[in-house]
Structures are given as structure tokens and as C-alpha cells.
Design a protein around this ligand. Sequence first.
Ligand code: SAM
Length: 289
Amino acid sequence: MAANKVEGAGSRDRSAQDERGLADNRALWDTLAEFHGTDADDRSYDVKSFLAGKQTLRGIEKDLAGDVEGRDLLHLHCHFGMDTLSWARLGAHVTGVDFSPRAIIRARALAEQAGLAAEFIEADTQRLPDTLNGRFDRVVATYGVLSWIADLTAWMGGAAAALRPGGRLVLVDLHPVFQTVLTFDPFVADWPYGGGIPQRDAMIGTYAHPDAPFASQESTQYPYSVGEIVTAAATAGLVVERLGEHTETETDGRHLLPQGPDGLFRFPFSDTYLPILYSLSAVRPHPHR
Ligand SMILES: C[S@@+](CC[C@H](N)C(=O)[O-])C[C@H]1O[C@@H](n2cnc3c(N)ncnc32)[C@H](O)[C@@H]1O
């Protein structure tokens, strides 16, 4: 995903800005949901392999989620459903949520094609429907989540409310340190580390296919620090079990990182590495008696 910053956004009339950002972001993701996983997208979303039975989940989220057989699992930011349906293949009863109507239409069609049971709901994850409250053993969100969210407190509150007592949030996302980087060669870091101030960008192409033939579409993203994310989870009443910071990855969705001879991608820093992903596991506690 290449992005050119076109406008910094201050705190002036923040809620109007956020509503405009939400509308722009939904329009962008509708465009991307029409493209990802089609024959023209030969880079990351391999629907044919998925339909042939390939798992799309990575070890990080599978390890944190544990055994999901027979569990009720809510997948937030489900896009067109491949990961949601991969959880279903592991035996979970799955519900996917995304705010893009095009993504939800495609996710429902993919479930039918794959012969897998799943419910897909169109909703903004900052305003999840009350009908989801208290229904899930796992709430999962992965790879490209919180930077789209203006109201981190509302997002965490909705995720926490959807859990049953004892249920677990599994969040795996790009590390805020990695998100500051625009290019490695030359090294340019142009994004804030946290703060939640809207960053309005002209989006060119997509992370899955940087050369995709799209007209530039504006979007708004929000940088959050690790501290802000963990604090939001605690504020929502969740108890953090584990916070991981991962310095290597098998795939680089941003197509930025240098790849080592072992095939893994890393973020070089002096003679060591900085984190590319973080993973958070947090539990909704049982109420005190
Ligand atoms: C980077 S993609 C996630 C991709 C997913 N990990 C996958 O591999 O399929 C981000 C997703 O978040 C969704 N999204 C962004 N903002 C949202 C919001 N406020 N509410 C619900 N979904 C949102 C987009 O429509 C998109 O499907």
C-alpha cells in the first residue's frame, strides 16, 4: 500500500472529520473488496488455494486463540471472509463483521462456495450492534485493524462487550513502530508514533497489489502507540494476558521489508531488529460475586 500524505488534520471539528474519514474509508474498502482475491489480484489473496482447503491463518493468532472447536468466534474487520472461514474450518461457529457492504456480499458468496456455515454482518466496529453482546468465546481481529479506527475506546468497548465472561480478545496487528516507516531504501519514517491524530492520505494502489489500476482514493488513518492500545484494553475492563512484539514475519503485506536468506522478513535496526507485528491477548473477567 503506497500512501502520500496530502493533508495533516488538526483537532478542529474532530467528529465531522471522523465522519468524513469513515465515509471515505468505507468507499475505499468497497473498491478494494471488489478487487482483492479476483483473477486480477495475483499477489496476496489466493481464493483458489483457499477453496482447495488452504488455511489462511498464521501461527500467532492460532496460538493465542487456542482450541476453537465448538467455540463462538467473532471476527472483526473480516474483509471478504477468508480468515473468518478459516476459523470455521478449525471448528469455530463464526460471525464476521466489516463495514464494507461489498466485502460482506463477497464474504457471504465465498462461504456458500466453500460450503461453510458463517454469519456476516455489515457494521462499523466502533458501533457494534447490541445483539452481539455477551455471545462470544473469542473476538479476533488481525492485520490492518486499529489504524482505521478513530475511536479506540469505542472499538475496545465493543470487542469487550461481545465477549462472554472468561472469553478472550485476540488482536494481531502491524506494530506502531513499523507503521511509522514509509520506505526502507532510502529509510524514510513519516508517520507519527501514536497520538490518534487523523492522517489524511491519498491512497495509491493497495497493500495486496501496489500497482492495481485504481484512481487515487482518499482515506483517513489513525496512529496508536502500544501504550495507547493496551490502556484502551484495560479501560474496557479486559485483563491483559500477553503482549507480544514480533521481529520476523513470513509475509510482508506492505511490500516494504527486506527478506532474509531464510525467507523471513525483518525490520533491520543497527545490528538487531525492530518489531513488525504486535499481538495482544486479553480476557473479559468473570464478575465478582
Ligand atoms: C487490512 S483489511 C483486514 C484484512 C484482513 N486481515 C484480511 O486479511 O482479510 C481492513 C478491513 O477493515 C475493514 N474496516 C475498516 N474500518 C472499519 C470499521 N470502522 N468498521 C468495520 N470494518 C472496518 C475494511 O473494510 C477491511 O475489510
